[in-house]
Design a protein around this ligand. Structure first.
Ligand SMILES: Cc1cc2nc3c(=O)[nH]c(=O)nc-3n(C[C@H](O)[C@H](O)[C@H](O)COP(=O)(O)OP(=O)(O)OC[C@H]3O[C@@H](n4cnc5c(N)ncnc54)[C@H](O)[C@@H]3O)c2cc1C
Length: 437
């Protein structure tokens, strides 16, 4: 069977759906093929950072997102001794950013996908084909296997690879990615939480790490760091052993974490990182995890996919709107996104290093750095801005010295200076000023 569309998207994850909705909204015919037949119980990213909330607002989806999510304005970073006595708590506040979106939001991954997909399906020129795999490409069409039997050839002007880590489009573009692996893995599981456990919380000792991120409906998503390769051995332990790992660090979880009734609910998450050298080739582009995968420590993976979808979607909308379909225009996409992605990957990598080596000097440095970030308004703003995706302000030598206490604390930061660091429309979509070919 043959089919024609303007933009073909391989992969209906959060990245593919975001760009699909953007294109549908501006009247472009778009086809999304998705391998899975329906929702999956596999955990994926659930933390929406401020820039993604801004994008969802522009897509008129902020209200349903807020209704189905749990807002997090502050994160408590708790440091404990090996004897499990609390020694320090630093609080990271999103409201140091001068923005309407000075908060993050926890939402089930399948829920946010459903919200975006349902909105897109309102447009007759948005075509969503589940249970279908993009097998590869010929000259101007994609080969899709639908329902494991029927083969469809989808002809299109542009082909977007949004298939996540195993990307048929990236393979077609002949791009190899070099994966960095880490010395640790995570157990990840969602379970009920006490009603008043509403703040994001990271608890660490010199050799333990637990991240807790409240979800709506009194649930909490947890990530517990384990040494790489330890999972098989751990799975032989009773669930009581797991409960204790959690309640040792957060006693108030007693009676809640115990609701995990099977090891099957606890998933192993193996962090890795790679960054493709190229995002665009001819009339093909890759977005989200197909182009870059990031360590999950800073909660950026899903956000980077949404932010890619926004920029490439806006670009394609303008190309169709101005009837300027030359494929060279696609190069605006890496021009905007590549450095931002690189910076967020570095942030995530550094956070991972800070929490994953069980050496006391590293623990000391982490504690010192976190309390300085809390106290120094320049460091605090930079940290939250860089995580938020709303702007970039790189660390300077003075910042590094301030983090270790060698440089005195700065006491204030000018509001105008903060505002100048936020991305403007012309940073997000520079071709609007500079023109398309
Ligand atoms: C197990 C796991 C846990 C994670 N946990 C976190 C976390 O805690 N925090 C965080 O920030 N990030 C996390 N991430 C990362 C985050 O979920 C991803 O960065 C984000 O989902 C990327 O979105 P995407 O749309 O690019 O790719 P994906 O979400 O992977 O979506 C790709 C879609 O393409 C489909 N697909 C694949 N191949 C084909 C094909 N050939 N044809 C058609 N469809 C295809 C897939 O079924 C999938 O639906 C996790 C990722 C994984 C895999």
């Amino acid at each position: 069977m043959k089919k024609k569309t303007s933009v073909f998207i391989s992969g209906g994850g959060i990245g593919g759906l975001t760009i699909g909705l953007k294109l549908a909204k501006c009247g472009v015919d778009v086809t999304v093929v998705e391998k899975l037949p329906g929702p999956t119980p596999v955990y994926k990213g659930e933390l929406l950072q401020p820039k993604s909330l801004d994008i969802l607002d522009k897509l008129n989806l902020l209200n349903p997102t807020l209704e189905n999510g749990h807002t997090i304005k502050e994160l408590d970073l708790v440091e404990m001794t090996s004897r499990l006595k609390e020694i320090d708590t630093s609080v990271m506040k999103y409201d140091v950013i001068p923005s309407d979106y000075a908060y993050s939001l926890m939402i089930h991954h399948e829920k946010i996908k459903e919200i975006v997909r349902d909105e897109a399906l309102k447009y007759p020129h948005f075509h969503y084909i589940p249970n279908s795999i993009c097998k590869g490409f010929r000259e101007n069409y994609a080969i899709v296997k639908k329902d494991k039997k029927e083969e469809i050839h989808v002809e299109a002007d542009f082909f977007i690879g949004a298939e996540g880590r195993t990307s048929a489009t990236r393979n077609e573009m002949g791009i190899n990615v070099k994966e960095s692996i880490y010395n640790h893995h995570f157990l990840t599981v969602t379970f009920p939480r006490p009603k008043d456990f509403t703040r994001g919380k990271i608890i660490s000792t010199h050799d333990r790490f637990l991240g807790l991120f409240p979800l709506p409906n009194n649930e909490v998503r947890s990530v517990y760091l384990i040494p790489a390769g330890k999972y098989k051995e751990l799975r032989k332990q009773s669930l009581d052993y797991v409960y204790k790992l959690y309640t040792d660090l957060v006693p108030e979880l007693e009676g809640y974490v115990n609701k995990i009734d099977s090891w099957k609910k606890i998933q192993l998450m193996i962090p890795l990182a790679y960054h493709s050298s190229q995002y665009v080739q001819g009339n093909k582009a890759i977005i989200g995890d197909a182009a870059h995968t990031v360590h999950p420590m800073a909660g950026e993976g899903m956000n980077m996919a949404i932010q890619d979808g926004d920029v490439l979607g806006e670009l394609l909308c303008d190309m169709y709107g101005q009837d300027k379909l030359h494929e060279d225009n696609l190069n605006w996409f890496p021009k905007v996104r590549k450095n931002r992605v690189k910076h967020q990957m570095q942030l995530s990598h550094l956070s991972a290093l800070a929490y994953s080596y069980p050496y006391r000097p590293i623990t000391w440095l982490r504690r010192k750095t976190l309390s300085r970030i809390e106290e120094d308004p320049v460091l605090h703003f930079k940290q939250m801005l860089n995580i938020s995706g709303l702007g970039i302000w790189k660390e300077s030598a003075v910042d590094r010295l301030s983090q270790t206490g060698i440089w005195p604390l700065r006491t204030k930061i000018n509001q105008q200076k903060k505002e100048a660091k936020l991305f403007a429309n012309s940073d997000d979509y520079p071709w609007k000023q500079e023109g398309l070919v």
